[in-house]
Write a protein that binds this ligand. Structure first.
Ligand code: BG6
Length: 506
């Protein structure tokens, strides 16, 4: 009997996936081991996966089920967020299978079909399977084609088949459109889940919560009060073992086209009619459509490449000396860009985006910097150290919000005003620690819940914005150099100084 007090639409209830399984392509990759496998385990550990959940690995390796289970086990022990529980592991590992085969071999997909059908019977996955393509995008067409011809992409009545794809969704607009066509030819749009893991972060979702659940901010969230917006995603790591993926891609394609533009869209969009996926996406798309590039891209952008230096007291190599990178590579590891939004709310307010690897410290933040007051009724010496007010979403690692404003310095005979900050820390206000972005997103895939996944229109808009910048940069040759462990190339300062602005110190 259903409990009349439990409203199935009540989002406060734990959302638990129904019977289902995940087929993972690219099991040996970094992403699968560091993010996907641990997130699946964490979900299981939190009781959010069905008891008969199945995880099937597909790769060229000559492995048995037990070998793959060992790989998952090691990944979980090393990278999962929640503590290791033998009980959870036992239950999860009972549903682990491995299919060995070439991505282009029809026989391998026949075997996969057999394994999936067997899981439906033995584990009760009921025909519900998500195909997770954690593989280079160049391989998507061959896998999708075989999922189609083998019948694996087709769901039985009452069951579902979904596909999860990881960025990069193409490397420019033309290739993104092509990719969308290939995917759309096999799976209906409602069954395609594109992962932008920034949207799975609690602090990123909090941008909309803070803006639209409070009365204080929206009245000043516009060009009357805001001077500029600065979105910074700084990483202290280099490219690690990802030379094959990163070289030729670079910082703008890797994170600006997706994560940073998503942060911009959430910060700048209008209030959606509701939080339904269509309403939120419609507003995001509207603001992305209103973005205008500077006329002179050279002056209003900056690109850099890290050289050898020190990081956390350890000497580190320059980009061109990294394993697998050509000494002539012109790939940028730092990118900064000014964008404008041509609408009533934001006309005249520059949005500065920047990201880089091997910078001083890992920090991602969105800083809304306000205009100075029109008049200060104090002696000039009293306010000489006063900066602009700022409202800062601290996305990571120190998750929270900072508000910066001027306050009287105590114990001074005349009024002297200096900047102070007011801080909200997630960890202090809430007891639950935030789940990893991948936990949230994988659970959403299994529940068929799409709001946190970009539609192909958003992806294409991202490329439409960046393509002219990337074209221009490709003519520039070698990017500016910056020393590892510092804050990036000098040209980033020139580009904001030109507008009479300065970057905030993150
Ligand atoms: C990924 C990029 O999307 O995001 C990586 O491909 C980057 O290059 C990573 O390191 C950063 O993610 P996070 O969650 O650590 O900010």
């Amino acid at each position: 009997m259903t409990n009349p007090l439990r409203d199935p639409l009540d989002r406060r209830l734990p959302r638990v996936a129904g019977p289902c399984g995940v087929v993972l392509f690219g099991v040996t990759g970094d992403l699968a081991r560091k993010k996907v496998m641990p997130a699946i385990y964490d979900l299981a550990n939190r009781g959010l996966l069905p008891p008969g959940f199945a995880l099937v690995g597909f790769a060229r390796r000559d492995w048995e089920d037990e070998d793959f289970a060992q790989i998952v086990h090691d990944a979980v022990r090393e990278h999962s967020r929640t503590p290791f529980s033998e009980d959870t592991w036992r239950q999860l590992s009972e549903g682990i299978r491995f299919v060995s085969g070439e991505l282009a071999d029809p026989a391998a997909y026949e075997e996969l079909s057999r394994v999936v059908a067997d899981l439906d019977l033995t584990r009760g996955t009921n025909g519900n399977h998500a195909f997770y393509l954690s593989i280079p995008p160049g391989l998507f067409p061959v896998v999708l084609e075989h999922l189609k011809t083998s019948g694996l992409a087709t769901s039985a009545p009452g069951a579902w088949r979904r596909v999860v794809i990881e960025k990069p969704f193409g490397h420019d607009l033309a290739s993104a459109e092509e990719l969308n066509q290939v995917v759309g030819d096999v799976f209906p749009s409602g069954s395609v889940f594109r992962i932008d893991h920034y949207l799975g972060k609690e602090t990123v979702q909090n941008i909309l919560a803070v803006r639209f659940a409070n009365a204080m901010y929206e009245p000043i969230w516009n060009s009357n009060y805001v001077d500029n917006v600065q979105i910074t995603m700084a990483e202290d790591i280099g490219i690690g073992g990802r030379a094959g993926y990163y070289d030729g891609i670079g910082a703008a394609r890797d994170v600006m086209q997706n994560h940073l533009l998503q942060l911009l869209a959430l910060t700048a969009m209008e209030e959606p009619l509701s939080f339904s996926p269509d309403d939120v996406r419609a507003e995001k798309e509207k603001v992305l459509r209103a973005i205008r590039l500077p006329k002179n891209i050279d002056l209003h952008s900056s690109r850099g490449q890290y050289t050898a230096g020190w990081q956390g007291g350890i000497p580190v190599k320059g980009y061109l000396e990294e394993d697998g990178i050509s000494p002539e590579s012109t790939t940028e590891t730092f990118a900064a860009l000014r964008l404008d939004i041509d609408n009533r709310r934001w006309a005249g307010v520059p949005f500065y985006l920047r990201t880089g690897k091997r910078l001083g410290r890992r920090v991602t933040e969105v800083a809304v910097v306000f205009k100075r007051v029109p008049h200060l009724p104090f002696e000039s010496t009293a306010v000489e150290e006063l900066g602009n007010n700022a409202f800062v979403f601290r996305i990571q690692p120190d998750e929270g919000i900072t508000v910066r404003f001027g306050s009287k310095v105590p114990n001074t005979s005349s009024i002297e005003v200096r900047d102070v900050t007011m801080d909200f820390q997630y960890g202090e206000s809430f007891v639950d620690s935030s789940p990893e972005a991948y936990e949230r997103l994988i659970l959403d895939v299994l529940l068929g819940d799409p709001p946190l996944f970009p539609r192909h229109e958003e992806v294409e808009l991202g490329w439409r914005i960046l393509d002219p910048v990337l074209d221009r940069w490709s003519e520039q040759g070698q990017p500016d150099q910056y020393v590892s462990g510092g804050w990036g190339p000098h040209s980033q300062y020139d580009m904001v100084n030109l507008d009479g602005r300065v970057w905030r110190r993150p």
